[in-house]
Ligand binder design. Structure first.
Ligand SMILES: Cc1cc2nc3c(=O)[nH]c(=O)nc-3n(C[C@H](O)[C@H](O)[C@H](O)COP(=O)(O)O)c2cc1C
Length: 212
């Protein structure tokens, strides 16, 4: 059975958020066109997930640099590392990923960055080899629905987008080569066209979901 992970990074409710509204339309359309697939939701601002703290980073250093055995770490550190590994395994177990995030200050909301740091684990989802990082994941695909007040998919501000290009790059690093993007953008830049931009985003999301 194909497993889809729907990952959102927004503290707002669906009703308050353009992105979550578009994302909801995508998932509804996907469900209708792929009734046998399993969809799991991961709302990064509504749910706790394991992240890197002092215990984790310190233990990684000791395991790598001092050659310490995992069993020599204290109980709390072992538990935190196990939780992080289990989280990365859960994420890696999906076949398809749907990300929904707004642009915040030309980058991603911080919880999405934390998610990336909890998923890009050396030795688990990728490794460094002589020619650079090599991903362990194969035959997976992703779509990123990115919402922004201004326009970044093209035009004079395109090189200020440190959100989608960054997410795409880290997904490529873990081996997810097929990464599509749906920009829903410019609704705050061009208020007169705001409704049309959002309507088009919803309809495009519904269409793309059918063939995702
Ligand atoms: C903290 C914060 C930072 C933002 N930074 C940008 C930005 O750098 N560029 C931009 O075009 N819009 C920016 N915006 C506007 C949002 O991208 C826009 O409101 C978008 O619709 C948010 O998506 P949502 O409605 O799904 O929450 C920012 C909004 C917030 C709250």
């Amino acid at each position: 059975m194909t497993k889809v992970l729907y990952i959102t990074a927004n503290p707002k409710s669906v009703e308050e958020s353009v992105g979550l509204t578009v994302g909801k339309a995508f998932i509804k359309s996907y469900q209708e066109s792929h009734p046998n697939d399993e969809i799991k939701e991961l709302h990064l601002y509504q749910e706790e997930f394991p992240t890197i703290d002092h215990d984790v980073i310190n233990s990684w250093d000791r395991l790598r640099r001092e050659g310490l055995e995992f069993s020599e770490l204290n109980q709390e550190a072992q538990e935190k590392i196990n939780n992080l590994n289990a989280f990365a395994d859960m994420v890696a177990g999906a076949d398809k990923y749907v990300f929904v995030s707004p642009m915040w200050n030309w980058g991603t909301p911080p919880r999405l960055k934390e998610f990336i740091d909890s998923f890009l684990l050396v030795g688990k989802t990728f490794n460094y080899e002589n020619n650079g990082p090599v991903g362990h994941l194969k035959d997976k695909k992703a779509i990123h629905i990115q919402i922004s007040g201004g326009i970044y998919s093209q035009g004079p501000f395109a090189n200020m987008d440190h959100s989608h290009p960054y997410l795409k790059q880290v997904l490529n690093i873990v081996g997810i080569d097929d990464v599509d993007v749906l920009y829903v953008e410019g609704h705050e830049f061009d208020r007169e066209r705001a409704d049309e931009i959002i309507r088009t985003g919803i309809s495009e999301a519904q269409n793309r979901a059918k063939t995702f």
